[in-house]
Design a binder for this molecule. Structure first.
Ligand code: GDP
Length: 443
C-alpha cells in the first residue's frame, strides 16, 4: 500500500539534501514534485494544491524557529499535514444501546465495494474487542447470493444472521431484523444493503427509505480504494443524498495508489473510520490518520502491528504453552498452533511492511501467500505419537513424512533441526531462575 507515493515523496525530499536552509526557491521546487506525486497517486487536484500551499507556508514559517536540516523539516511538515488531511485523530463509532433498543449500523456502497465482507469484519470486531452482541441483517433482497454470502460470513465469525428467504422489501427486512435483535438480546444490528454497478436513482431512494425507517446510529459508506478518483465522487454523491457518518475504505492491501484515503476527508468532510486490508475476516483496522501518514512516508506502523498481535493473542493458549515449556514438553502440536496464531495476524508481507524500513527493503521480494504451507504439511504427515514425541522421528520415519507431505527429506531434516533448537533455547531460558536471566540480559 502506498509504495509508489512513498518512493516519489522520498525522491522529492532529496531535492533539499545538501541545502543549508529552506528557501522560497528550494521549497517551491520540492513541493512541485510533491504535488506531482500526489496527483499521480490519484489525489484530487484541489486537495493536492491546498495541501502543498499549506505545507509551503508552514515550512517557511518553521524554518526560522528550528535548526534541523531542511529535508527533515520538510518530512515533518508533510507528515503532520498528511495526518491532518486525513482527519487528524481516529474517529470512533457512536453506538449507544439500551436493553430493548439496539444500536444500528447501516452499510451502504456500490456493488463489489466490500460491504458484505466488511459487515462480517465489523461484527467480529464488535464481538471480540468490545464484547457486544451484534446481529447481522441481510437486506440485499436483490441478490439471493448476497444473503447467502452474509450467512456464510456470519457463521464464520460466529455471529447470528437475520435472513428472510424470498423477501423483496428491504425496509421490512431491516425493521424485522431490529425487532429480532430486541427480542434476542442483540445490542447492535449491522444492516447489509444492496449495491449497484454504478450510482443510480433507484438505489439511492431505496437506501434512503431504509435509513428513514430504521434511523441508524451510524451510516457507513464502504468504498473500494482501488477505484481512485471515482472513490471521491462516490463518497460525495452518497453523502449528499444519505448524510453518511463515515467512510470505510476497503482493498487497501491491493495495488492502490492511495489517493482515495488522502482526498475523501477533505472533499466530503466525513472521517474514514475503518480500513479493509484483505479478504480474511481479521484483515481489518481502525483508521488512524497519524499511523497512515507514517506508512505513507515509509516510517512503518509498529503500533498497529503490536495491536494486531494483541488481538490474536489467546491468553488461555499462552498459559497452557508456558506450562508445557516449563515441563520441557513443547511438541510439534504446539509448534503448529503457534504457526496458526501467527497466520491469523494476516499476510506476512503486509505485516513486515509495518516495520519501519522493512516494507521498502522487501518490496520486490517474492513471499509466497502461504509461507508456512510446507511446515504445516510436514507436521500434518506426522503421526500423533511423533508429534508428541519428536525424539522418536528416526531416518525411516523422516522419509515417510517427506513422502506423505510432498516435500523432501532435506526440508523435513531442516524443520526437525529448527524445532530442536527452539526446544533447547526454551529449556535454557526456563532452566534459569529470574536472577540468572537478568544477569544474561544485562551481560
Ligand atoms: P459487496 O458487493 O459490497 O457486498 O462486496 P463483497 O463484500 O462481496 O466484496 C467483493 C469482493 O471484494 C469479494 O471478493 C471480497 O472478498 C473482496 N474484498 C472485500 N474487502 C476486501 C479487502 O479489504 N481486500 C481485498 N483484497 N479484497 C476484499
Amino acid at each position: 500500500m502506498f509504495e509508489n507515493l512513498n518512493e516519489r515523496l522520498e525522491r522529492s525530499f532529496k531535492i533539499l539534501k545538501g541545502e543549508g536552509k529552506i528557501t522560497e526557491i528550494n521549497v517551491a521546487e520540492t513541493l512541485k514534485d510533491v504535488r506531482r506525486a500526489l496527483l499521480d497517486a490519484d489525489v484530487n487536484y484541489k486537495v493536492a494544491k491546498t495541501f502543498t500551499d499549506t505545507v509551503k507556508q508552514k515550512a517557511l514559517g518553521m524554518n526560522v524557529l528550528t535548526a534541523i536540516k531542511p529535508g527533515e523539516l520538510m518530512v515533518k511538515v508533510v507528515h503532520d499535514e498528511l495526518a491532518a488531511l486525513m482527519g487528524g485523530k481516529a474517529t470512533e463509532m457512536k453506538l449507544e444501546s439500551t436493553p430493548g433498543h439496539p444500536a444500528v449500523i447501516l452499510m451502504a456502497g456500490l456493488n463489489g465495494a466490500g460491504k458484505t465482507t466488511m459487515s462480517g469484519k465489523l461484527a467480529l470486531m464488535l464481538k471480540s474487542k468490545q464484547h457486544r452482541k451484534p446481529l447481522l441483517a441481510a437486506c440485499d433482497t436483490f441478490r439471493p447470493a448476497a444473503m447467502e454470502q452474509l450467512r456464510v460470513l456470519a457463521e464464520q465469525v460466529a455471529v447470528p444472521c437475520y435472513i428472510e428467504e424470498g423477501a423483496t422489501n428491504p425496509v421490512a427486512v431491516a425493521k424485522a431484523a431490529i425487532n429480532h435483535a430486541r427480542l434476542n438480546g442483540n445490542d447492535i444490528v449491522i444492516i447489509d444493503t444492496a449495491g449497484r454497478q454504478s450510482i443510480d436513482e433507484e438505489l439511492m431512494v431505496q437506501i434512503r427509505d431504509i435509513k428513514d425507517a430504521v434511523n441508524p446510529d451510524e451510516t457507513l459508506l464502504v468504498i473500494d480504494a482501488m477505484i481512485g478518483q471515482e472513490a471521491v465522487t462516490t463518497a460525495k454523491t452518497f453523502n449528499d443524498r444519505l448524510e453518511i457518518d463515515g467512510v470505510i475504505l476497503t482493498k487497501l492491501d491491493g495495488d492502490t495508489r492511495g489517493g482515495a484515503a488522502l482526498s475523501v476527508r477533505a472533499v466530503v468532510d466525513k472521517p474514514i473510520k475503518f480500513i479493509g486490508t484483505g479478504e480474511k475476516m481479521e484483515a481489518f483496522d481502525v483508521f488512524h490518520p497519524e499511523r497512515m501518514a507514517d506508512r505513507i512516508l515509509g516510517m512503518g506502523d509498529v503500533v498497529s502491528l503490536v495491536e494486531r498481535a494483541q488481538q490474536q493473542f489467546d491468553e488461555e493458549e499462552a498459559k497452557r504453552l508456558e506450562k508445557k515449556i516449563r515441563k520441557n514438553k513443547f511438541d510439534f502440536n504446539d509448534f503448529l498452533s503457534q504457526i496458526q496464531q501467527v497466520k491469523k495476524m494476516g499476510n506476512v508481507k503486509d505485516l513486515a511492511a509495518m516495520i519501519p524500513g522493512v516494507g521498502k527493503a522487501i518490496k520486490d521480494v517474492e513471499i509466497p501467500d502461504d509461507p508456512f504451507k510446507n511446515i504445516e504439511a510436514i507436521i500434518g504427515s506426522m503421526t500423533p505419537k511423533e508429534r508428541e514425541n519428536p525424539d522418536i522421528i528416526n531416518q525411516s520415519r523422516r522419509q515417510r513424512i517427506a513422502k506423505g507431505s510432498g516435500t523432501d527429506i532435506q526440508e523435513v531434516n531442516r524443520l526437525i533441526k529448527q524445532f530442536d533448537q527452539t526446544r533447547k533455547m526454551m529449556k535454557m531460558v526456563t532452566g534459569m531462575g529470574p536472577g540468572k536471566m537478568m544477569a544474561m540480559a544485562n551481560a
